[in-house]
Design a protein. Structure first.
Length: 215
């Protein structure tokens, strides 16, 4: 089961979200992310958070219509998004996709980007924004990306160093390379064909693809 979590960030063009939605997605709204559900004419299965960002009319509608509401106190140790991810895992998600996780407060945006990099999540967490899809690789993992020649693919180290980086199918290949934290060497590569593979030996690597879909 794929859980799709709507986050209380910025979505500038709702028409671009259609490519990410599936009829069988398990929808979760992280507090104010419910507004994105409403804009798309969708109703989540679950609303999670301290509920300080959702409008009172929308909250009342959810309560009346039987949406499962997981309310948390304002003074808590986790963000609404982290609580929503935990709920998705508890409900049996095998993959989680975040929408509306960027924009607004810089601290929240950075926290949302780094959340998937935690080693203890038992399922993959991906983040979509417009036509971009971001995912995290941990040491020993690989990802195969499908798209079109010319699609932009960037990698950004999230650990002190990422070693054993190996690309196939990208315009600028890397073979057994190491990228230190803060390196921009992996930014703005391009797909040379319709499939590309990235694998790493150790570290944590953020992979961002524009226009295509990851597998």
């Amino acid at each position: 089961m794929r859980a799709l979590i709507f986050v209380n960030g910025t979505i500038n063009d709702y028409s671009q979200l259609a490519r990410w939605l599936r009829p069988d997605d398990y929808l979760i709204a992280a507090d104010g992310g419910a507004r994105h559900c409403a804009a798309l004419g969708l109703r989540p299965a679950v609303l999670v958070g301290d509920l300080d960002s959702i409008g009172p009319e929308l909250l009342a509608d959810y309560e009346k219509s039987g949406v499962s509401i997981e309310r948390h106190p304002p003074r808590k140790d986790e963000t609404d998004l982290e609580l929503a991810v935990r709920r998705a895992v508890a409900d049996g998600a095998t993959q989680i996709l975040l929408l509306g996780a960027l924009g607004g407060r810089l601290d929240q945006t950075l926290a949302n980007l780094l959340l998937p990099a935690r080693r203890d999540w038992p399922v993959p967490i991906l983040l979509a924004d417009g036509q971009q899809l971001a995912q995290v690789l941990q040491g020993g993992e690989s990802v195969t990306i499908t798209g079109a020649a010319g699609d932009t693919v960037s990698v950004v180290p999230l650990s002190a160093a990422v070693t054993g980086i190996h690309y196939t199918g990208l315009e600028y290949p890397l073979i057994d390379a190491t990228l230190p934290l803060g390196s921009t060497q992996g930014v703005s590569n391009r797909m040379a064909e319709e499939r590309a593979t990235i694998r790493i030996a150790s570290g944590i690597l953020l992979v961002v693809q524009e226009s295509g879909m990851g597998e």
